[in-house]
Design a protein around this ligand. Structure first.
Ligand SMILES: Cc1cc2nc3c(=O)[nH]c(=O)nc-3n(C[C@H](O)[C@H](O)[C@H](O)COP(=O)(O)OP(=O)(O)OC[C@H]3O[C@@H](n4cnc5c(N)ncnc54)[C@H](O)[C@@H]3O)c2cc1C
Length: 454
């Protein structure tokens, strides 16, 4: 099907209604950019954003929260209000795509006004919760992802997580309560697991921290990158169990089995005693698209075409963890705020173009540049990757790496705020990031383009 020929939102004689589901990196960036661009183009539009919490959660810092670092308080009403965007505090329960409406279960009265129960609580969900129906001409689907405790039996009952703010806070309480010498096992060997293990080990040196993973720790990194991660984890006292599969989690730890042919294939299943097991081996995309009858890929991410639109509903754009935007090889892009925000910028520009009657932008393209990994507060790894996210043997390490990672985290929030004002730091939609001319970051003598994927 020719995606350009599909009809998008058409509105005449009234203000267009845009609804954004999700107040994370993708949703907030998209809402601000739509409002800002529409104002500059004089396209009459009203934008409403639905989120269960009145606060913006910096998910990429949740391992820091688990380790005890207080988060910045970022109120969505303040972020969005400056551009006239309505914040609806509640859960989108269903998308009625045929009627172009979203059914929302409100938290309290659905506003973040002081005194409202929505302002105090972060979740909707009481039996008598009031509801609201939001009609839209264009919808941005960006409800993100959550923990996936079901991937290991016993995970729901016993595993801790850094996937959301409440879980990260609960993990912190468990770590604080743990006696010296207690064991903490982080399940997973990817970037989130590495960051969580390092952060916990640095903040709680009296605890025994280990990582248990299939394959190797930092499998997607270069040899140099993996060697540095291994060294940093050893310096922090983190033991790595590689080549094992977590078979069951219970109150006393976890059962690991040797992975077929893996480094840990030494024989029978083994019990690893631990007071706290942190499951950090993947996220589950929001289920809303599937439960609303929209097409999803395996796992539940919304199917989107090369223009990030739901094929059967071109007035719905998907962005971030909950949407299956494709990479250059036709595989879903990995989840990340680095991939979410350019998708949001693209979706926003496409919506404003459609409402203004312009040609749609060229198909979405995305080029990876770097991966940034914090290893506690004093060490970090900046891993240069090729546009398809394959590691190159170029890294920044140590304190410089930690400093760059911190800058990237700060830049992320600054970039969201700037969406309402500027063309954006990720280049124009459909284009790979532009080379940066001055003050560019260098990894091993090579200048990195701006809009670096983290
Ligand atoms: C500890 C940790 C470290 C990470 N580090 C990095 C990193 O270094 N680099 C990187 O690129 N990525 C990193 N990530 C991944 C990154 O955080 C996610 O990919 C990113 O948050 C995705 O953005 P999003 O806007 O799609 O979703 P989210 O940020 O998850 O936001 C989705 C929002 O939608 C809301 N929502 C959910 N369901 C509904 C509903 N039904 N109705 C209304 N609202 C709903 C959620 O409550 C949430 O506020 C990290 C993640 C974690 C947990």
């Amino acid at each position: 099907m020719d995606e350009r020929k599909q009809s998008g939102p058409k509105v005449s004689g009234r203000r267009a209604r845009v609804v954004v589901i999700g107040g994370g990196y993708a949703g907030v960036a998209a809402a601000l950019r739509i409002a800002g661009k529409a104002a500059r183009r004089r396209v009459p539009v009203s934008v409403a954003l639905v989120n269960p919490s009145p606060l913006f959660v910096e998910r990429i810092r949740l391992h820091e929260l688990a380790a005890g670092k207080a988060p910045r308080r970022l109120e969505l009403a303040r972020l969005l209000g400056a551009r006239g965007i309505e914040l609806v505090v509640g859960h989108a329960r269903r998308i009625d795509a045929a009627a172009r409406a979203v059914e929302v279960e409100l938290a309290g009265d659905g506003t973040a006004a002081p005194g409202s129960s929505a302002a105090a609580s972060s979740t909707a969900g009481s039996a008598a919760a009031p509801a609201r129906r939001l009609d839209y001409d264009a919808l941005v689907y960006a409800p993100g992802s959550a923990a996936a405790p079901e991937i290991v039996p016993g995970g729901r009952e016993h595993a801790a997580s850094v996937a959301d703010a409440a879980s990260a806070r609960a993990l912190h309480e468990r770590l604080r309560a743990a006696r010296p010498g207690s064991g903490v096992v982080v399940v997973g060997g990817g970037l989130t697991a590495i960051e969580a293990a390092a952060e916990i080990a640095e903040a709680f040196p009296a605890l025994r921290v280990a990582l248990a993973t299939r394959g190797r720790v930092g499998e997607g990194l270069s040899e140099r990158g993996r060697a540095y991660v291994g060294q940093a984890l050893r310096e922090l006292g983190v033991a790595a169990r590689e080549g094992v599969r977590a078979a069951r989690i219970d109150a006393g730890g976890l059962l690991v089995e040797p992975e077929a042919g893996g480094a840990g294939a030494t024989g029978a299943a083994e019990r690893v005693a631990a007071d706290v097991v942190v499951l950090a081996a993947g996220f589950r995309p929001a289920a809303l698209a599937g439960s609303s009858g929209l097409d999803t890929v395996a796992g539940g991410r919304l199917v989107v075409d090369r223009r990030l639109r739901a094929p059967e509903h071109p007035e719905i754009w998907g962005a971030g963890d909950a949407a299956a935007a494709l990479d250059a090889d036709g595989a879903p892009l990995r989840m990340g705020c680095a991939t979410a925000m350019p998708q949001a910028a693209y979706a926003a520009d496409s919506i404003v173009a459609a409402l203004a009657g312009d040609e749609p932008p060229p198909p979405f393209r995305f080029a990876f540049v770097i991966q940034c990994i914090s290893l506690g507060r004093r060490r970090g790894l900046i891993q240069r990757v090729d546009p398809r996210d394959r590691p190159l043997e170029r890294v920044l390490t140590g304190r410089v790496g930690a400093w760059v990672k911190e800058l990237v985290c700060r830049f992320t929030v600054a970039a969201i705020r700037s969406q309402g004002l500027l063309p954006g730091p990720h280049g124009r939609p459909g284009q790979a990031p532009r080379p940066q001319s001055a003050g560019a970051l260098e990894v091993d003598g090579e200048r990195l383009p701006s809009g670096a994927a983290t």
